[in-house]
Design a protein around this ligand. Structure first.
Ligand code: SF4
Length: 502
């Protein structure tokens, strides 16, 4: 059985904004981060710290499940890690040497405590908990079949489909049932699962979402990014390979399985552009160095004659440093970011133009006034924030504003665990670059080319026949089938009642 201490720490409307207060829907958002540890005395505290380092991957909700050789314990709540796991007695409430956790920003399934992970089920083989980063692109189709066969779903999360597939598989062992379940699943998944026997970490056959392994003394650790290993003091061992399933038992014995053959990997290239923390290493590449290199490629491809290079903080900073170094144009902090934005704010109904953006980012007028500036940002999604920042620069006296973007135009939605607006809302899906420049009122606008982006991540160029990464939001070439989206399943068919949270 599981002991569930789940709660809401504050009103759910308080989490509509991201940690930095942005509510403009104008950045792609990573949906989840996962963490697991087995063989550590204070597993819950280590997991909370690891999840804190992954907070940028999801700010809406967090959960941790532990196992103490007898029973599973769980605490899940809406809010940040530091809010939900602030109780000093949490190690008594969630005892055990094995723990896994999840930070979430909901897309598939929506908000609500029942969707907060890790999800847990008592299967015929015993307790089974699962934490998932990614998105299953045939979840609705599988769910419809399972419901027709009698499965009763407790959540609207796509992840619960995996639990039901494991539960209904006819293979004799848990690991065979798990593999059988995953063979039916399409899309992106990095998973950390727990059973009474130990932990299973696994990455989808294309490795779309990241997952790494480390060691903390005798304990084995899994995390979405290496920064979580750094923060808890663990040593990075290696990335979980695409399609690999790693099992660890309570004695620390590690076994690796490759049940899906060896398809060509397609990790998400946007992890390098924006999602991952710059102090992480992603599949052997420093995220910071890649972002700086993107800026250098951008300077080679789209030089502008200007006085200063200014990043849109924080995500544009490494690319702006690269652009400045390559172009020889000085780097300046022409926009200052407030670190005290807060998550809810009553805006004055009249007065300051663009106060919502200025509350977070303000022009450094002394630097900007009279200058021809190059503004560097990581991406343009809807374009509304870019427009306001360009306007803010002009209000501060900029003579010219040239916008340079450290990714190719985002023309397509992501179906692999990243929150993107529908395609019709993506600026680049509706306009060419010149029209986009006019829309954001920049003197010029340019994006790094897709080959420039591939060069920055260490490839000679994009292999058109078999791309080395998933780049579908730029290219429209999705590396998996998208059954739910191409077969037009009705999302209403299996909808759940609205959950009242108070
Ligand atoms: S579509 Fe874009 S954001 Fe989504 S996984 Fe592929 S590269 Fe990453």
């Amino acid at each position: 059985m599981t002991h569930d201490h789940s709660s809401f720490d504050h009103a759910p409307w308080d989490v509509a904004l991201s940690e930095d207060g942005s509510a403009d829907g104008d950045h792609l958002r990573e949906e989840c981060g996962i963490f697991g540890v087995i063989g550590a005395a204070n597993a819950v505290n280590i997991t909370a710290l690891g999840l804190h380092a992954l907070q940028h991957r999801g700010q809406e909700a967090v959960g941790i499940t532990t196992f103490d050789d007898q029973e599973f314990y769980s605490h899940r709540g809406i809010g940040h890690v530091a809010q939900v796991f602030s109780d000093k007695t949490i190690d008594q409430q969630l005892p055990g040497a094995m723990a896994s956790g999840h930070v979430r920003y909901s897309t598939t399934g929506g908000s609500g405590l029942r969707n907060v992970q890790p999800l847990f089920a008592d299967l015929a083989s015993g307790g089974f908990s699962i934490a998932h980063n990614g998105n299953i692109s045939n979840a609705m189709t599988l769910k419809r079949d399972l419901v027709q066969k009698g499965s009763i779903f407790q959540s609207t999360s796509d992840t619960e489909v995996i639990i039901h597939l494991v539960a209904t598989s006819r293979y004799p062992t848990l690991i065979d049932r798990f593999v059988d379940a995953l063979r039916m699943v399409e899309g992106a998944y990095s998973l950390i699962c727990m059973t009474a026997e130990g932990m299973i970490a696994c990455r989808d056959p294309l490795g779309i979402r990241p997952l790494v392994m480390g060691r903390l003394g005798d304990a084995i650790v899994f995390a979405s990014e290496t920064v979580a290993l750094d923060v808890i003091g663990a040593e990075f061992t290696r990335s979980i390979e695409p399609g690999e399933m790693v099992q660890v038992d309570h004695k620390g014995t590690i076994s690796s399985h490759r049940p899906f053959g060896n398809p060509s990997p397609r990790p998400c290239i946007f992890e390098h552009v924006y999602f991952s923390r710059p102090d992480s290493v992603m599949d052997g590449r420093s995220v910071y160095q890649v972002r700086k290199q993107i800026g250098m490629e951008l300077a080679k491809e789209a030089y502008a004659d200007a006085d200063i290079v200014i990043p849109v903080p924080d995500s544009g900073v490494p690319a702006a440093i690269g652009y400045a170094q390559q172009s020889g144009i000085p780097f300046e902090l022409g926009i200052i970011r407030s670190h005290y934005v807060g998550r809810t704010f009553i805006m004055p109904s009249e007065g300051t133009r663009n106060a919502d953006v200025k509350r977070k980012h303000n022009a450094n007028r002394a630097i900007v006034q009279g200058k021809r500036i190059i503004l560097i940002d990581d991406s343009i999604v809807r374009g509304t924030t870019s427009m306001k920042i360009v306007e803010m620069m002009r209000d501060a006296g900029a003579a010219e504003v040239h916008m340079r973007i450290a990714s190719p135009p985002t023309e397509h939605s992501c179906f692999y665990g990243v929150d993107t607006p529908e395609r019709s809302k993506l600026l680049a899906a509706n306009m060419d670059t010149k029209a986009m420049a006019d829309f954001i009122k920049a003197d010029s606008l340019a994006f790094v080319s897709i080959d420039g982006l591939y060069r920055a991540v260490g490839e000679a160029q994009r292999n058109a026949a078999c791309p080395q990464f998933c780049d579908a939001c730029f290219s429209g070439e999705y590396p998996t089938r998208l059954t739910d989206f191409t077969e037009r399943n009705s999302p209403d068919l299996l909808s759940m009642p609205v959950e009242k949270v108070a």
